[in-house]
Design a protein around this ligand. Structure first.
Ligand SMILES: CC(C)(COP(=O)(O)OP(=O)(O)OC[C@H]1O[C@@H](n2cnc3c(N)ncnc32)[C@H](O)[C@@H]1OP(=O)(O)O)[C@@H](O)C(=O)NCCC(=O)NCCSC(=O)CCC(=O)c1ccccc1C(=O)O
Length: 274
């Protein structure tokens, strides 16, 4: 019998649950009646939760999931899809899930998709952009865009192709077939498959293992994996981390101190490494 973990609420939202267990934050779409399809509000809340995770120094890893055990996420809620995007309470059509995708990639902490049931359409893309994916045996994966009049030509196509290869990515989008958890594992789309009852326990065990590692090393690795693929934005991320490391050095501090003390900086004591 799987151990019941205690998840403490971080902040109340309307369409997601946002909780914490030690250094692990969990963002869970809470719309099981529509297989966790997202509206602009769901996405806005997820973006806010991600931002909190980024700024909280006690959070080291983030789990992305969906409530109910039957779906991770079934993509954009087709019932609020309007002329030019998904229409929220402000009546403005948006595709704000693209901002969330970018955030998942750029947040300097590992994001783990915990997938039970359907990961379909824009919901599939969300697990694809996560750093790791752990699937329950009941997980089903696929894209539906060409069936429902949509496509994701960004990470949903190009990054998917990096993950599973060009031929498989084109098959996934052109045929809109659904793949079971074992098939997903075989094509490198997920990292591990476990029985549904062990999904959370396994995901948390992976997260705890990650939390034992050096946060700066993880941060550098995540931006290094992204850099090659994300062009100028990827280089900016990696370079930003290099600047962070430099700021931590005595050499960089000498420059700042000299300015504050209105003197010439003395960098002569710092080694010129080979
Ligand atoms: C996931 C299914 C295959 C599951 O099938 P099944 O188990 O038989 O369950 P259902 O009876 O179909 O579903 C139960 C219940 O949920 C409702 N529902 C499910 N999915 C959605 C959804 N996406 N939107 C609204 N409602 C949904 C369903 O209607 C049922 O309700 P009842 O009231 O009980 O009838 C199957 O459900 C399925 O195929 N779902 C749709 C999957 C889908 O096509 N998703 C949208 C893909 S497009 C997308 O996500 C775009 C994302 C995006 O924003 C984007 C990003 C980048 C570029 C462009 C875009 C863009 O928008 O174009």
């Amino acid at each position: 019998m799987a151990e019941q973990l205690t998840w403490t609420p971080i902040k109340e939202f309307r369409e997601i649950l946002f909780t914490q267990h030690g250094g692990i934050a969990k963002i869970s779409i809470n719309r099981p009646q529509v297989h966790n399809a997202f509206t602009p509000l769901t996405v806005q809340e997820m973006i806010e939760a991600m931002d909190i995770c980024r700024n909280r120094t006690d959070i080291g890893v983030i789990i992305l999931t969906g409530e109910g055990g039957k779906a991770f996420c079934s993509g954009g809620d087709q019932s609020v899809r309007g002329h030019g995007g998904y229409v929220g309470e402000d009546t403005v059509p948006r595709l704000n899930v693209l901002d969330l995708q970018k955030m998942i990639r750029s947040i300097p902490k590992p994001v783990v998709a915990m997938v039970a049931g359907w990961a379909i359409g824009g919901g599939h893309v969300l697990h694809v952009v996560c750093d790791l994916s752990i699937a329950a045996e009941n997980a089903r994966f696929g894209q539906t865009g060409p069936n429902v009049g949509s496509f994701d030509g960004g990470f949903g196509a190009s990054y998917l192709a990096r993950v599973v290869g060009q031929k498989k990515a084109r098959e996934i989008w052109f045929l809109c077939d659904q793949y079971n958890a074992q098939e997903a594992l075989d094509m490198g789309l997920v990292n591990k498959v476990v029985p549904l009852e062990q999904l959370e326990e396994t995901t948390v065990a992976w997260c705890n293992k990650i939390l034992e590692k050096s946060p700066l090393a993880l941060r550098m690795l995540k931006s290094s994996f992204n850099a090659e693929l994300d062009g100028q934005a990827g280089i900016q991320e990696l370079a930003g981390n290099a600047t962070l490391l430099y700021y931590l050095s005595e050499e960089a501090k000498e420059g700042k101190n000299a300015f504050i003390e209105k003197r010439k900086p003395d960098f002569s004591k710092f080694p010129k490494f080979p």
